[in-house]
Design a protein around this ligand. Sequence first.
Ligand code: TRP
Length: 463
Amino acid sequence: MANNNRGSFSSKFGAIAAIAGSAVGLGNIWKFPYVAGENGGAAFLLIYIGITLLISIPVLLAEFSIGRHGQGNAFRSFVNMTGKKGWGAIGILELLGAIFVLASYCVIAGWSLEYIMRSVMGGFHGMTQTQMDVQFDMFVASGWRPIVWMVVFLIINSGVLGMGVTKGIERCSKFMIPALFCILVMLAGVNLWQPGFQEGAAFILKPNWSAVSGHTVLAALGQSFFSLSIGMAAMITYGSYIQRQESLNGVGVIVSLATVLMAILAGLAIFPSVFSYGIEPTKGADLVFKTLPPLFAELPGGYFISILFFILLFFAALTTSLSIMESLVAFFSEELHIKRVWALAIGFAIILISSTLCAMSQMPDSHILVGGETLFDWTDKFCSAYILPLGGLACVILVGWFVPHHVVEHELTSSGKTPLWIYKFIVFMMKYICPVVIIILLVNCILDYFGVDMIAALMSLIH
Ligand code: TRP
């Protein structure tokens, strides 16, 4: 059953760096600070941390346990864990989710490479906000240029993966995650001297309980799951590389807290500049590719700040995409019994096609649409709304209800080293609370698709 030739993370720090690398991605940098700011700042943060500790970490631990016990790729781990092929379908679903996420992720990572180059050439200085908007829109709509950068990114990604789990992923993450942290601290430090620092810091750090509603809790839940890369094969695959002697709980908690810390720092690095220039805070691609470059260029040392910022974005995207691509590589090499390089070639081809389609769907008059949205937007939404909760739900139900207790206990107590009450608490959450909460999230997403606001509907039922 176990495959002894599989790679593994050689140290605890290596495992944490790689897993945090998967978790800390674009979601933390361009989405979390904004969502936090809009939903009550520190009030959201507290709810977010509570949800992460109580709900997301048990789901993450279920995925780790399936991976580490199953000792295989996302599909094989499910089969090994249960002895039944049918459960492998969940692994396949998660792998499909991984392909979807990676399709748009690689395109955005390519944009960050273009913007590193533009920063180096000093291209943002003196540009107005409108000029910046036009330039970005033209670049995205040009089609071929984003595709070239996406291919460059894929080659870098594959180059790292080609070196293997320990020498490639682990070594690269051990360098990039601390570097990411240092860049964030530096950027936040520069912002300390901005006139809008207080306002920017207050946007995400001042509690505003009046902004908190049922929507806040759902937003926190969705963001927390997405941020921890749950439900899309990556954490099962990486879980299978965590060595036996490491505590899964320890790794889970450290990674989750590191992810929150990075997201807060990202907020401190971004919003003070935004407020200093009296600009409305936004999120997503518009925030990082349109709003920020001209602001950064105005700061003292702006030339270096822009370069650092886009390197930050590139590192965050690379360590994340490594985990997704690795999930595919592990799957193809183990299931087709082929060498890693060939598995990598198959993964490369699949993502090349899907990312090219995503990039092309953003060209004017493109017909690559799904349900009226560009393929680029649709893949992202479909994964977050359906695949992620479904995958997470299946994992907690499997580990909470179907896997023999001694197996789960062995995984979650590190063979008896962790106090039993912690294990019992985690299993209780997996069995009863997480499934209910995830089903609520899923129902909300489905209702949302039909234009029904679940919280408002519930409220009107109560009244
Ligand atoms: N966690 C990543 C981020 O915050 C994105 C992500 C979502 C992801 N699901 C994933 C990464 C699955 C790897 C695998 O940006």
